[in-house]
Design a protein around this ligand. Structure first.
Ligand SMILES: CC/C=C\C/C=C/C(=O)SCCNC(=O)CCNC(=O)[C@H](O)C(C)(C)COP(=O)(O)OP(=O)(O)OC[C@H]1O[C@@H](n2cnc3c(N)ncnc32)[C@H](O)[C@@H]1OP(=O)(O)O
Length: 726
């Protein structure tokens, strides 16, 4: 709702009230309209001030309302016009946030006063929409086309100080914003309102508007990766430059409706709520966020300053957590120190642009050492050495001796068994997996893996750490590859099988990049380094010296196996770092992937050697075999209770594996395709390839189809406790 009250003297106060973020529900909008009409009708009211309850103006329209079948109700646009038409000055007092429809309300007001810590923006593009309450028409009239396009097509939040420079707000205050706005309203009583009505203003002209717009469109399309909303946001702003206000509003509405019914908006809004839902973690034995408090992390340590360790140290410093960084010897320590300092200097430069500072030259905040004893007083250790169980166990054994009793011991691993690592310590309840993604100071995902003995407090503390690092922490159970990599294995395996059968790396990558992945599986493998998987396969006895003599080249444990990735490594093709992998690069460390005739020849010879008849593989088969095998593994993960729900898998894939957010994550995508279709296709492909377990439909998928393809929200109610492997 919105509360109506009288402020000092002749100012009516309308306070938006809908905790926690004052979203503009139908009730709030109705109350806002009633308040405006009441103020208009009262001759003793000379001005109106609109603010939000609890130090937040408004987070905009209620996002849940967009997918509600009863969406029709009080529309926001007309209420904003009502505010603008008021004959009494209306002042917005912006505290906390004014986002989306909230900012549109503020733009309808004649004046805007913001608190210095407030943020504003039009994040609609991030949930697949555009500012559909006349915002695309008012904002360019107020701050000009370049700034409006930037804000509307990126959805970025801008701080009040920037808003003041852009002319988006009239005043920024450090004191009580509501009182300042009431004083301001009193001062402007009687002043002409015409020039303050944005719908009456012309859009500021640019000397080269046409050229500017065509360049801007190219940039917007390039960054969109198949997402519709940025381009339609652009079209709406363009309409403001070409048409009168009323026509621009009509165009805005038309584009808004296209987006609303596109399916992408639904996917992006699902992703928005999924990200919040996974914060409310639970485990199969009943531990949960509700009943567990995290421990404070006042000081942390990172062991190992390779690529991952460097990124993790940088993340911790950025989060203002004092860090001890440890390496095994002085040579590695110096190399690590240099690399960390370089990363931090770059981060400091970026932060200075946003008027923030980064303190990392102070040894009390960042200390480098080779001495384990220095870790005696840290609250949490993140071990980030390479994937070697024996080494990790040795380190954890040492840590459990040196660290203080309450310290949490985290291992950054992408696949190894948390329980086995924990077994090397005297405190397995304080051991937890924290799987960072590279580069660790950039990537948002943190997979948090609890073992058999991990305490709820350790889980809560790791979740809290993720928040402090501005990451999305997703809590999952312990199995080989956890959630993300476990689902990735069959996906990459299919990509390699497709190449064996007749496709090419560039063809497979193209299909998956057209689908919306930032990078296809072969480009990704080249970037990560082919030797990483090779080492792991050697460790598992799948290749290398420990392979029993006589093992068929293309079979392991009775299942199909492709030795192609091993053969590339045997030819010293490790990917980008060696300038050759599935592609060729301009030099070792180069980044521009070019199809490689050597590889094409090599593939032809390989197929000849193994009597594989090359066949043409179409895009549909590439997409389905890669994606459906990944999704199929997801159903097994859900059945085993490794993740609490499909949202977890989707958040992991969007934030850690470049899955296109506008497709909502793999499990959401599966729900939009329809589970019966996925099952039928998997059945078809598994009949053609009976020796590939990843294509055998998951029992849980079959069960859901048998239960009538229930909506994603209901899937977990069909999971049986017996199949829980935790
Ligand atoms: C016909 C024309 C109509 C429309 C034009 C207008 C369109 C719009 O306005 S679309 C909405 C645009 N606004 C947004 O996209 C803002 C989304 N929210 C956020 O970015 C963040 O929530 C926040 C910055 C506002 C706050 O962040 P934080 O403090 O980290 O809290 P949470 O994100 O955890 O949010 C708390 C709580 O609030 C729920 N929530 C937030 N915003 C909305 C919203 N706009 N509608 C509905 N619910 C919202 C969020 O889900 C959390 O709820 P739970 O605690 O239940 O998970």
């Amino acid at each position: 709702m919105a509360q109506y009250a009288r402020g000092a003297a002749a100012v009516a106060v309308i306070r938006l009230h809908n905790p926690p973020v004052n979203a503009l529900s139908l009730t709030v909008l109705q109350a806002l309209e009633d308040g405006l009409k009441r103020a208009d009708a009262d001759p003793s009211v000379k001005a109106v001030m609109i603010c939000g309850e609890n130090g937040k103006f408004s987070a905009g329209a209620d996002i849940r309302g967009f997918s509600s079948p009863k969406r029709h109700g009080v529309p926001l646009g007309p209420i904003i016009s009502l505010i603008e038409r008021s004959e009494k000055p209306v002042v917005a007092a912006i505290e906390g946030i004014a986002l989306g429809g909230g900012l549109e309300v503020a733009l309808g007001c004649h004046y805007r006063i913001a608190h210095v810590k407030a943020h504003m923006g039009f994040p609609e593009v991030t949930i697949g929409l555009l500012p559909g309450a006349e915002g695309t028409q008012r904002l360019p009239r107020l701050i000009g086309v370049p700034a409006a396009l930037d804000i509307i097509t990126t959805g970025r939040h801008i701080p009040a100080t920037e808003a003041l420079k852009l002319g988006l707000v009239d005043e920024v205050v450090e004191e009580n914003t509501v009182e300042a706005a009431i004083r301001f309203a009193n001062k402007v009583i009687g002043q002409p309102l015409g020039p303050r009505r944005l719908s009456l203003k012309p859009v500021p002209k640019l000397p080269n508007m046409e050229a500017f717009l065509s360049e801007a469109l190219v940039k917007v399309k390039k960054q969109a990766h198949g997402c519709l909303a940025p381009e339609l946001c652009f079209q709406a702003v363009k309409a403001a430059t070409e048409q009168p206000f009323a026509d621009g509003v009509r165009k805005e509405r038309e584009l808004f409706n296209i987006l609303l019914t596109s399916g992408q908006a639904q996917a992006l809004q699902y992703a928005f709520f999924a990200e919040r839902e996974v914060q409310k973690w639970t485990t199969p034995n009943g531990a949960s966020w509700k009943s567990t408090s995290p421990q404070p992390i006042r000081k942390a340590a990172v062991i190992g300053l390779g690529t991952m360790g460097r990124g993790i140290v940088t993340s911790l410093v950025k989060a203002n957590i004092p860090v001890v960084a440890l390496e095994q010897n002085v040579e590695y320590l110096n190399m690590g120190r240099k690399a960390v300092m370089l990363l931090l200097e770059r981060e400091a430069m970026k932060m200075e642009q946003g008027a923030q500072t980064l303190d990392f030259h102070n040894p009390a905040r960042l200390q480098f050492t080779v001495d384990f004893d220095v870790l005696h007083d840290v609250d949490l250790v993140i071990e980030a050495v390479f994937e070697n169980m024996a080494l990790k166990k040795e380190i954890f054994h040492k840590l459990s001796r040196i660290c203080k009793p309450g310290a949490f011991l985290c291992t950054n691993t992408s696949a190894l068994n948390i329980d086995e690592i924990a077994s090397a310590t005297s405190r397995p309840h304080q051991v937890i997996g924290t799987h960072f993604f590279s580069p660790a100071h950039v990537m948002r995902l943190l997979e948090i893996i609890y073992g058999h003995h991990t305490s709820p407090t350790a889980i809560a503390t790791a979740v809290q750490l993720a928040k402090a690092l501005k990451k999305v922490g997703v809590v999952v159970g312990n199995c080989f590859g956890f959630v993300g990599n476990r689902m990735m294995f069959p996906y990459v395996q299919q990509a390699v099988f497709l190449v064996e059968e007749g496709s090419r790396p560039e063809a497979v990558d193209q299909v998956l990049e057209d689908f919306g992945f930032k990078i296809g599986p072969f480009r990704m493998s080249d970037l990560a380094g082919l030797d990483v998987g090779w080492r792991s396969r050697k460790g598992q006895g799948l290749t290398g010296a420990s392979l029993p003599p006589g093992t068929p080249a293309r079979q392991r444990h009775g299942h199909r196996y492709s030795p192609l990735p091993d053969l590339l490594c045997e030819n010293s093709r490790f990917g980008q770092k060696t300038g050759k992998g599935w592609y060729q690069y301009e030099k070792a460390g180069g980044r521009t992937a070019k199809p490689d005739p050597w590889l094409h020849n090599f593939l032809a010879q390989y197929r000849d050697t193994h009597h594989i008849k090359t066949r043409f593989i179409d895009q549909e088969e590439i997409l389905e075999r890669c994606l459906f095998s990944l999704i199929n593994e997801g159903f097994d993960i859900l059945a085993e209770g490794i993740a609490a729900g499909p949202e977890h898998l989707d958040v992991i894939y969007i934030n850690g594996y470049g899955w296109p957010k506008h497709r909502g994550g793999p499990m959401f995508y599966a729900s939009t395709i329809g589970l019966p279709r996925i099952l039928a296709k998997l059945q078809k492909y598994s009949e053609a390839h009976p020796d590939v377990p990843g294509l055998q439909p998951s029992a849980f998928l079959k069960k859901l189809v048998a239960m009538g393809n229930p909506p994603l929200k209901e899937w977990m109610s069909y999971q049986s406790r017996q199949s829980n492997k935790l």
